[in-house]
Design a protein around this ligand. Structure first.
Ligand code: ZN
Length: 415
């Protein structure tokens, strides 16, 4: 097929994108096309933006659409959610076929919003491995329209949960793509540090990246992010290391931040931040002023540290909302991070395209000749407008095939 009159980043003029099989064959200025050159499989982008498919770098597909069973989260807190989740597993509600169907529904929802790549954390602190097996099957079955990476995630800890370390080894042996962790949930600070060293060893042994729920707690004393950076540095694994959430950074003192940020930048680690969900979960129980509970994305970005904006949860004990829509998360993330300034609004898609693609280690993630044709047409003339209007994804193509398409919304005025 051929996409005509598309606006791609850093290009002054509109282009025609020719797709052959799974790849982009050529990109040529639209002005060079003759008016009589019309083909039946042409798609006219009419000056709208073409962008690589969105990448969702932090989501929990195995939790999706489970809200209310075995009970609703009445306090709204993260720690009540973790308790409900443990009860759900213990009470026999965690069943492979059910998890898979619910995760598929969530993945489809993401795809409808233009997501072509997902990194999902999957809870492996469950001896039945129901969630892991469900997601491993799903990973294979949806490969044509969405590339899924599975993080082996010890939701209840590797030491706090008896046998958690053994389950992590089993998950990596069984084909998990990434090592996960949750140091702030381990019994003590020392156990948390030990868990990180153990998890980095595991990642090195399997030659896999590491992506850890780090300091997701309203506690300025939770400082595992510095351990993540130090271990990544020591092992030259910065590019393969992702710090997820890092909520406690929002509570760190300026003095500690001044010492921390250069170390983070020097270690080459990356971040996955989930603004909507952490705005909901953090600061509950505080009287005003209520802290934001979102990692300091602006400072991280200004230090050159790549940050991705991510969904985290959909309709589960942790978060009753969520639509796997990267543009919605990006809008919130830019607002809460005080980033509605021209230098950030020119290229806001970095947070939902190139940065998460880097977290996932995706090669050839760009719109260029001889790269896989994974791209979107969005109903907007530029990225800022797309965020401002939460513009629709009109066309999503994965490896040369149309995943979804939709017509631009039509508004009829009555007056
Ligand atoms: Zn998470």
């Amino acid at each position: 097929m051929r996409i005509l009159n598309a606006q791609i980043r850093n290009n002054a003029e509109l282009v025609d994108i020719q797709i052959e099989g799974e790849k982009i064959n050529s990109i040529t200025p639209s002005s060079l096309r003759s008016e009589t050159d019309n083909r039946s499989d042409d798609y006219d982008a009419a000056g709208r933006i073409a962008t690589p498919q969105f990448a969702e770098a932090h989501i929990h597909l195995d939790y999706a659409n489970t809200e209310g069973v075995p009970r609703v989260n009445t306090s709204g807190t993260l720690f009540e959610a973790i308790g409900i989740w443990a009860d759900r597993k213990a009470q026999g509600f965690h069943i492979k076929a059910d998890i898979k169907a619910k995760a598929l529904a969530a993945a489809r929802r993401a795809a409808e919003h233009g997501v072509g790549f997902i990194r999902t954390h999957v809870d492996v602190t469950d001896p039945t491995f129901a969630g892991f097996e469900a997601l491993a099957e799903l990973r294979d079955e949806v490969r044509d329209w969405c590339e899924i990476q599975i993080v082996a995630f010890p939701q209840n800890g590797i030491y706090a949960y008896e046998g958690g370390d053994k389950l992590m080894i089993d998950a990596m042996t069984a084909g998990a793509d990434v090592v996960g962790g949750i140091p702030h949930l381990e019994p003590t600070r020392d156990d948390g540090v030990a868990s990180l060293k153990w998890l980095f060893d595991l990642a090195e042994k399997h030659s896999k990246p590491i992506d850890v729920h780090t300091d997701e707690i309203d506690d300025a004393q939770s400082r595992f992010v510095e351990v993540m950076a130090a271990e990544a540095n020591k092992r030259s694994m910065g590019e393969q290391t992702v710090v997820s959430h890092s909520v406690a950074m929002a509570y760190y003192s300026p003095g500690y931040m001044a010492r921390l940020l250069p170390k983070l930048a020097a270690s080459n680690i990356r971040f996955a931040v989930c603004p909507n969900e952490n705005l909901h979960l953090q600061g509950l129980g505080y009287n005003g002023p209520i802290p934001r509970g979102v990692a300091p994305v602006k400072q991280l970005t200004e230090w050159g540290i790549p940050v991705s904006f991510c969904q985290d949860s959909l309709n589960d004990p942790f978060y009753p909302m969520g639509d796997a829509d990267p543009l919605r998360i990006l809008d919130s993330g830019l607002h809460v991070s005080h980033m509605l300034t021209a230098n950030h609004l020119d290229t806001p898609f970095d947070f939902i395209t190139t940065n998460p693609a880097g977290n996932l280690g995706l090669a050839d993630y760009k719109i260029a000749e001889n790269t896989p044709a994974n791209l979107l047409i969005i109903d907007a003339p530029d990225e800022k407008t797309a965020v401002q209007r939460k513009s629709a994804v009109l066309l999503s193509i994965h490896r040369g095939k149309t995943v979804i398409s939709r017509q631009p919304a039509e508004v009829k005025w009555g007056l």
